[in-house]
Design a protein around this ligand. Structure first.
Ligand SMILES: [Zn+2]
Ligand SMILES: [Zn+2]
Length: 346
């Protein structure tokens, strides 16, 4: 029998409890797989709700799903990747070969149950491992790993696999259809995704990016990025916009976003209204011809275009980062409020 080697993994064991645990090291379980060693991990906007128990925690689960990692081992069938290479790891597990993946709908791969993500066991019920660990097994390496140019800073790229591309896709297709449009981003509970949307809107040539929120810390970062901050408690909107992004948790915020959308405009929601109790004013959407988009970002499909923008220096996700801590500090830092936290190894 082969000896079982152990590694450290950051685990949430209950609401507000995060600690290192020794767990068995993962091994390659197929010739299309990879083992990677995360070197920079970002905290996702959903991680604080996850660790606070908003979604019931039935058993300890591994944390972290946004990272840059180094390839440590590769199955014999993996092409285009090398040991030691730096990669962004897609946070959604997807095969790269099924009908949904081929269509670019990689968030809903046919081969896996819904919400099959790293670091989010309370959502899917399946433990795929977390990025705050010494090793992570990636089941479809060619599909799920995006090579990173060696000159790029892993700390800057740590959130690309999820929150950065989520913010990007909230504005990019709509701005492509309406070049130079004015954008409003409405933030009521999310922190970094709407800021990355503002960053993308500015980078992609929006005439202006306004940013409405009741969160002063997030508004301060938005101002620093070049957006116009609107301190709002989501009463009557100031005016209407061609493109509005809804990013948050509350009915008031969603209503404000829809009421801020001009006739025939677009309201793109990046919000996860878990529980199913949220209602939509369909009469208003119908009468004014407002197109309302909602759905998860498709990580694997979006990574190449977002990483190309970053490599060109047009998109600078590091401008959103508000705190960088060492690997050892992760358990405490993961529970503290920060707009965007990055954990770096070594
Ligand atoms: Zn996430
Ligand atoms: Zn698939």
């Amino acid at each position: 029998m082969r000896e079982v080697r152990v590694m450290r993994q950051l685990v949430c064991t209950g609401p507000g409890i995060v600690e290192w645990r020794d767990v068995p090291e993962p091994r390659l379980a197929g010739d299309g797989e990879a083992l990677v060693r995360p070197i920079a991990v970002a905290r996702c906007d959903i991680d604080l709700p996850l660790t606070s128990g908003v979604f019931p925690i039935r058993e300890p689960f591994a944390l972290g799903h946004e990272c840059v990692a180094e390839v440590v081992a590769l199955g014999d069938r993996v092409r285009g990747l090398e040991i030691g290479q730096r990669v962004v790891v897609a946070f959604q597990v997807s095969c790269g070969a099924c009908r949904s993946c081929t269509a670019g709908h990689t968030a809903n791969c046919d081969a896996y149950p819904v919400l099959s993500d790293f670091g989010m066991q309370p959502l899917s019920g399946t433990e795929y491992g977390g990025m705050l660990a010494d090793l992570v097994r990636v089941p479809h390496a060619e599909a799920m790993l995006a090579p990173v140019a060696p000159e790029l800073d892993p700390i800057a790229l740590a959130s690309v696999s999820d929150n950065v591309l989520d913010g990007y896709r909230a504005v990019a297709p709509h701005l492509a259809a309406q070049p130079g449009a004015e954008i409003l981003i409405v933030t009521h509970g999310l922190k970094s995704v709407p800021l990355y949307a503002a960053l993308a809107g500015i980078a992609l040539g929006a005439a202006s990016v306004d940013f409405a929120s009741n969160d002063d810390e997030v508004l301060a970062v938005a101002t620093r990025l070049g957006a116009r901050a609107i301190r709002s408690d989501f009463g009557k909107p100031e005016r209407r916009y061609a493109i509005v992004v809804d990013a948050g948790l509350t009915a008031e915020g969603l209503t404000y976003a829809i009421r801020s959308t001009e006739p025939e405009g677009i309201c793109q929601s990046v919000s996860f209204y878990a529980g199913g109790g949220m209602s939509l004013p369909l009469g208003r959407l119908y009468t004014l011809g407002i197109r309302f988009f909602v759905g998860r970002a498709h990580a694997v499909a979006l990574l190449p275009e977002v990483m190309a923008l970053i490599a060109q220096g047009r998109l600078r996700p590091q401008e959103v980062t508000t705190r960088v801590v060492s690997w050892e500090e992760a358990p405490e830092a993961f529970l503290e409020p920060a707009v965007k936290l990055i954990v770096r190894r070594g």
